[in-house]
Design a binder for this molecule. Structure first.
Ligand code: HSE
Length: 437
C-alpha cells in the first residue's frame, strides 16, 4: 500500500460543505484509524471565499474557480456540494474525465441525469458516492446496496422530507392550519425561504427516484413518478384521521407489483401504530420490506450540516478504502451489476384504500347518491363518519374504502363532484394498510 494519504477537493461551502469539512477536521484521527491513512482536504472552491465559516483553513487552498480543484492532479476525490443541475453536472463529468472519484449530495441532478452520470463514472473507472442525497444521515443507500443485497425488495415507504414531516407534525399536535405552520417553520429555519420543492413533494420524488433505482436496479424516468404535496391537507382531515386511528405522512413509496414498479409521492394515511407513523418532527424514516429480512425501519436526521456531512464523509471514506485497495467500483453504484428497465405502473392502475371526505349538502338522500356512484365504480365502502361539523352550508362526510383501483376512484369522484348535493371537490387521501416496518 503505497498511498500515504487521500486528498479531497470540496466544491461548495454551504451548510453541507461546511459540515463535511468540519467532520473531516474534527474526526481526523478516527477517520485515519478507520481508513488506514489520513484523509486530507487539499483545496476548496466557493464563490464566496471571504466569509468566515469557522473552519480551520491552514494548508488548504481556497479558490473561486471550481476547475482548479477538479484539475488539481494531487486531488483524488472531488466533493460536489453546490446543488442544482448546472454547473454541477459539468463539474462532475469533468472530474470523471480527470479520473477523479466524486461524492455528491445532489439529489435533483441524480434523479434527472443519474443514468448519464453512473455510466460516465463506470466508463472512467471511478466511483460516485451519493449517500447524502437521500435522507441525510441515514445510511439507507448503503444498506440497500450492501446489507440488504440478499433480498428481493418488496417495498420502501419513506418519510424523506423533514420540512413536510415537521409541518404535518405541528398541524397534528397543535391543530393548526398549513399556512400558519409553514410561516413558523420558515421563521425557525426548518423550511427554506422558498419551500415549494419540499411542500409540493418534488424533493421527496427526487429521493424516490434514487431509492427505486437501488431497490430494483431499474431507472425510473423522473416524470413517471406521481407527485402530490401536502398543501391541501387540513386540520379537519388530520382530526378525522386521528379518530379513525391513522396519522397522515408525506410518503415516498416504491413497490414491486406484478413485475411493474410503483413510484409515487403523496400524503398517506398510515395506522398510527406503525413504527414509521411515530417518526415526527424534522426526522426522516424509511421502512424497507425485503423477502428474506421482513420489515426494517431506519430513522434519523434528514437535514443539517453534520448529519448530511456524516453521509458525505462516509462516502469519502468508502472511496478512500477502495483507492487503497485498488478496487474502485467493487459494489456497483446502482446496486445491480446487471440492470433491467422495468415498466413503471401508471398511477391510474395502482390499487389502494382511500379516505374520501365529501362536502355534502345536509339533506335526505345524499348518502345514497354518493354511495351509489361509488358502488357503480367497483368501490366498496368500509366505514362512514358524518358529524354535524358544518363548514358553511356543507357538512363533511368521510368514507373509508376497501381496496380500489385509482382509475375507478377518479371516475367516481368526477361524477360525485358534479352532483348538486355536493359542494366543492372531494378530498382524497390514500391509505396504506400493507406490511410495514
Ligand atoms: N429540504 C429537505 C427536507 C432537506 O426538508 O428534508 C434536503 O434534502
Amino acid at each position: 500500500m503505497s498511498t500515504k494519504a487521500v486528498h479531497i477537493g470540496v466544491i461548495g461551502l454551504g451548510t453541507v460543505g461546511t459540515g463535511t469539512v468540519r467532520i473531516l477536521q474534527e474526526n481526523a484521527d478516527t477517520i485515519r484509524r478507520r481508513v488506514g491513512v489520513p484523509v486530507l482536504i487539499k483545496a476548496m472552491a466557493d464563490l464566496d471565499t471571504k466569509k468566515d465559516r469557522g473552519l480551520q483553513l491552514s494548508g488548504i487552498s481556497l479558490t473561486t474557480d471550481a476547475h482548479e480543484v477538479i484539475k488539481d492532479p494531487a486531488i483524488d476525490i472531488v466533493v460536489e456540494l453546490i446543488g442544482g443541475y448546472r454547473p454541477a453536472k459539468e463539474f462532475i463529468l469533468e472530474a470523471f474525465k480527470h479520473k477523479k472519484h466524486v461524492v455528491t449530495a445532489n439529489k435533483a441532478l441524480l434523479a434527472v441525469h443519474g443514468e448519464e452520470l453512473y455510466i460516465a463514472a463506470e466508463s472512467a473507472g471511478v466511483s460516485i458516492g451519493f449517500e447524502a442525497a437521500v435522507a441525510g444521515g441515514i445510511p439507507i443507500l448503503r444498506s440497500l446496496r450492501d446489507g440488504l443485497a440478499a433480498n428481493d425488495i418488496a417495498s420502501i415507504f419513506g418519510i424523506v422530507n423533514g420540512t413536510c414531516n415537521y409541518i404535518l407534525t405541528m398541524m397534528t399536535s397543535e391543530g393548526r392550519q398549513f399556512e400558519e405552520v409553514i410561516s413558523e417553520a420558515q421563521a425557525r429555519g426548518y423550511a427554506e425561504a422558498d419551500p415549494t420543492f419540499d411542500i409540493d413533494g418534488v424533493d421527496s420524488a427526487h429521493k424516490l427516484a434514487i431509492l427505486t433505482m437501488l431497490a430494483f436496479g431499474t431507472p425510473v424516468p423522473f416524470d413517471d413518478i406521481y407527485t402530490e404535496g401536502i398543501s391541501r391537507i387540513t386540520p379537519l382531515d388530520i382530526d378525522f384521521a386521528g379518530e379513525l386511528g391513522y396519522k397522515i405522512k408525506l410518503l415516498a413509496i416504491t413497490k414491486m407489483v406484478d413485475g411493474e414498479v410503483e413510484a409515487r409521492v403523496h400524503p398517506t394515511m398510515l395506522p398510527a401504530s406503525y413504527p414509521i407513523a411515530t417518526v415526527d418532527g424534522v426526522y426522516n424514516a424509511l421502512s424497507v420490506v425485503g423477502d428474506a429480512v421482513g420489515s426494517t425501519l431506519f430513522s434519523g436526521r434528514g437535514v443539517g450540516d453534520m448529519p448530511t456531512g456524516s453521509a458525505v464523509v462516509g462516502d469519502i471514506m468508502d472511496i478512500s478504502r477502495d483507492i487503497l485497495a485498488g478496487c474502485a467500483g467493487r459494489i456497483p453504484v446502482t446496486a445491480f451489476r446487471e440492470r433491467a428497465v422495468l415498466p413503471v405502473r401508471k398511477m391510474d392502475d395502482i390499487t389502494s384504500c382511500y379516505y374520501l371526505r365529501f362536502s355534502a349538502i345536509d339533506k335526505p338522500g345524499v348518502m345514497s347518491r354518493i354511495s351509489g356512484v361509488l358502488g357503480k365504480n367497483n368501490i366498496s365502502i368500509s366505514s362512514v363518519i358524518q358529524k354535524d361539523r358544518r363548514v358553511a352550508e356543507a357538512v363533511p362526510v368521510v368514507m373509508m374504502t376497501h381496496e380500489a383501483v385509482e382509475r375507478d376512484v377518479r371516475t367516481a369522484l368526477a361524477e360525485i363532484d358534479k352532483l348538486d348535493c355536493v359542494a366543492g371537490s372531494t378530498m382524497v387521501i390514500r391509505v396504506e394498510e400493507g406490511k410495514q416496518g
